[in-house]
Write a protein that binds this ligand. Sequence first.
Ligand SMILES: NC(=O)c1ccc[n+]([C@@H]2O[C@H](COP(=O)([O-])OP(=O)(O)OC[C@H]3O[C@@H](n4cnc5c(N)ncnc54)[C@H](OP(=O)(O)O)[C@@H]3O)[C@@H](O)[C@H]2O)c1
Length: 258
Amino acid sequence: MTKETVLITGASSGIGWELAKVFAAGNSNLILVARNTTAMEKLAEELRQQFSVQVEILGCDLSQATSPQWIFDRLQGRGVDVLVNNAGFGLHGGFADLPLARQLEMIQVNIAALVALTGLFLPGMIQRRRGGILNVGSVAGFMPGPNMAVYFATKAFVLSYSEALHEELRGTGVTVTDLCPGPTETNFSMVARAHHVRQLQVARKMSAREVAVVGLRDFRSARCLSIPGWSNVFFSQLPRFNPRAWIRKAVLRVNRLK
Ligand SMILES: NC(=O)c1ccc[n+]([C@@H]2O[C@H](COP(=O)([O-])OP(=O)(O)OC[C@H]3O[C@@H](n4cnc5c(N)ncnc54)[C@H](OP(=O)(O)O)[C@@H]3O)[C@@H](O)[C@H]2O)c1
């Protein structure tokens, strides 16, 4: 049987880096996408040697609206069996205080690029009647996030969109999973400028490796939602059993500015 091809965005660090490792360990060929090609070259070399898989690298800025089509064209119709929409970032701070351009960039990377890549690669999967999409959302998607308003809202979009596609695609042979991590040890906090925030440590940070292992397991089981760690399952369910006003205030306490 030919090896499956997995395209992973945001594979230059963190959860995407670890997802590349676990897919390679399962004998998948990889296409890695991010801006930092030096980091991806290093990872690619390691994976080629360790697992004898093919690893291709595409250096690309997903905040550019033309990037998804550029990626699709570069692959010249080659089938992608699994699309992992992992690239993303957050920003801590009050909405009015954060640069608007950077917040719009976040919407482009976290939402628009994810939808565009899905729109480009999904028809081929449906035609071949196999494959799947693994979107990296967040526990943040289950609630509103004062002092990270746009980030939480982007992840709410990913949750709603992934759940809807999961149902639409029932019976097609193609699956969609939303991986919803909670706090994870990656570069995320640094990029989000979390030093502006007196974040309450409400749960143990998981390692990116732990998150990737759970994500792959749930994707292979065709689960719609994948929430790694019991504390994150608990937090994702809080909005179901508490008034929305209470949830908003609780998240504000967690994301308090210094
Ligand atoms: N860490 C957490 O606590 C946490 C919790 C829940 C969900 N998540 C989600 O997990 C996903 C991965 O984040 P992470 O925690 O692994 O953080 P990370 O270590 O900062 O990794 C983010 C990845 O996204 C890529 N990326 C960011 N902007 C990009 C752009 N404009 N174009 C192309 N690639 C871009 C980065 O690559 P380059 O910089 O090389 O472009 C990097 O590979 C994100 O969607 C994040 O929202 C993280």
